[in-house]
Design a protein around this ligand. Structure first.
Ligand code: 5AD
Ligand code: SF4
Length: 473
């Protein structure tokens, strides 16, 4: 019998006594907050738990284990987790009344940052597990089932990726024709606003062979597009093959050249990058690799040199613009995306205007912008001259109005042109399928235009708020 098809409801329970379920019947519900790396981590946790007999469920009510994979990058994210834990506490109590157990775990960056404080604030939580220790999840759960409450947040010495099982082929197929692949974790840049160096630790790159093997498995299962992930992905480096049977140090550019050789992988992307780590080989990859999509997320955070210095970004606005000139010369159709923080401590109206001016000069295809939120333990939180919330609100509105206009203009500029689209999934409306443009926009096409996984040529007919509508070219 397929172990994953046993329904947990088939197992008899004695009211009042939590049932001990056979491993094969357990169900896990994972809720993911934050960035793409958390999406990837949730999948890898699901893979680790599948080896332990858990199958994934989308219905929290039927879960024997609820895991929140959290994000700590901005304030509201952590608060959302605490309020979600309040709701889960009630569900756990209801389930206990029905004689069923519901274990509750908190993973991700809030787990790393808050540790035991989570169990103190939310006693319904049974385990707290940081991002570097997911491979220990099955062992941790065994101990939790034995009645312990566990906080596991050390930076493991062993390589978690070596211990995490790869997804089964059927699971990869279910997840679709695009996939994430983490190649690098952590960050040594210490931007003064950012918690990542504290929650994810210092920069660690996965070895070339591990990454290539994972990409090959994905491609064999039908994945057409892989996005390489890292908090500072273009700082990735590793020993790879060199001429004469020797090895040499590779950077991300060289890795992309290698991954582009994998049959079936038609599209490559990477995110998120730091301007200081864009080296010549990576720019050459944009020039020479048709598979490397012409879209680059390259956060600048601010257009004011004074604020960039206070943020410890270690580049000026002019450095950033000069870098973009080189990238655009290599790949003229590249579309740019960025991240911005408004209201960093000490930001004046003139500093903010410098950000607006930089945005006007760059002309972004898409961008994310945030109000500065002081993160405990970061240098920014200790700075004086915090900007009032009302000023942050007002600046954010002005910046977002400009960025939205640029995004819409970019979409409009494509109307009438013929572009490649990777068909990803059925559309929300009957008769439609959704594809993805080279610049990451959803493209709505007629369902007969192609099969999922096909890359087809379409003509853009009009734009939606965030998407493009197209007909077969
Ligand atoms: N406040 C606001 N935005 C932040 N980001 C990171 N830390 C903070 C903070 N403390 C933003 C940055 C980063 C993105 C992932 O989140 O713009 O690039
Ligand atoms: Fe955070 Fe990115 Fe700066 Fe690293 S480079 S500290 S992840 S903002």
């Amino acid at each position: 019998m397929d172990l994953n098809t046993i329904e947990s409801d088939d197992i008899g329970t004695t009211a009042g006594q939590p049932a001990v379920l056979p491993a094969a019947a357990r169900k896990v519900f994972i809720k993911t907050y934050g960035c793409q790396m958390n999406v990837y981590d949730s999948q890898r946790m699901a893979d680790a738990l599948a080896a332990d007999g858990y199958s994934a469920t989308d219905a929290i009510g039927e879960a024997d284990l609820v895991l929140l994979n959290t994000c700590h990058i901005r304030e509201k994210a952590a608060e959302k987790v605490y309020s979600e834990l309040g709701r889960i506490r009630d569900m756990k109590a209801e389930r206990a009344l029905a004689g069923r157990e519901m274990l509750v775990g908190v993973a991700g960056c809030v787990a790393q940052a808050e540790g035991a404080e989570i169990i103190r604030r939310s006693p319904a939580v049974d385990l707290v597990i940081g991002p570097q220790t997911y491979h220990r999840l099955p062992d941790v759960l065994a101990r939790v089932r034995g009645g312990e409450k566990i906080v596991e947040t050390d930076y493991a010495i062993e390589d978690k990726f070596e211990h995490l099982p790869q997804p089964k082929r059927a699971e990869v197929i279910k997840r679709g024709v695009t996939a994430f692949l983490t190649v690098q974790e952590g960050c040594d840049k210490f931007c003064t606003f950012c918690v990542v160096p504290y929650t994810r630790g210092s920069e660690v790159s996965r070895p070339v062979a591990q990454i290539v093997a994972e990409a090959e498995r994905l491609a064999e299962a039908g994945v057409r597009e892989v996005t390489l992930l890292g908090q500072n992905v273009n700082a990735w480096h590793g020993r790879g093959e060199a001429k004469g049977g020797k090895t040499e140090e590779w950077g991300l550019g060289r890795l992309l050249f290698r991954l582009a050789e994998i049959p079936g992988l038609a599209r490559l992307r990477y995110t998120t990058s730091h301007p200081r780590d864009m080296d010549d080989e990576l720019i050459a990859a944009h020039r020479d690799l048709p598979a490397l999509m012409p879209y680059l997320h390259l956060p600048v955070q601010s257009g004011s040199d004074r604020i960039l210095k206070a943020m410890n970004r270690r580049h000026t606005a002019r450095d950033y613009l000069a870098l973009l000139d080189r990238i655009r010369a290599a790949r003229p159709d590249i579309a740019l995306s960025g991240d911005f923080i408004v209201g960093f401590p000490g930001e004046t109206e003139a500093d903010f205007e410098a950000t607006m001016e930089l945005v006007r000069q760059v002309n972004y295809a898409s961008a994310f912008s945030f109000k500065y939120s002081p993160r405990p333990g970061t240098p920014g939180a200790e700075m004086s001259d915090h900007v009032p919330e009302t000023v942050k609100d007002e600046r954010l509105q002005r910046l977002q109005a400009l960025l939205v206009k640029q995004q819409q203009d970019f979409g409009l500029s494509l109307v009438g042109s013929t572009i490649d689209t990777l068909i990803e999934k059925p559309g929300r409306q009957a008769g439609q399928k959704v594809g993805r443009s080279p610049w990451l926009q959803p493209v709505i096409v007629d369902e007969k235009a192609g099969e999922i996984g096909d890359i087809i040529q379409v003509r853009i007919t009009k734009t939606g708020y965030n998407s493009l509508f197209a007909e077969l070219a």
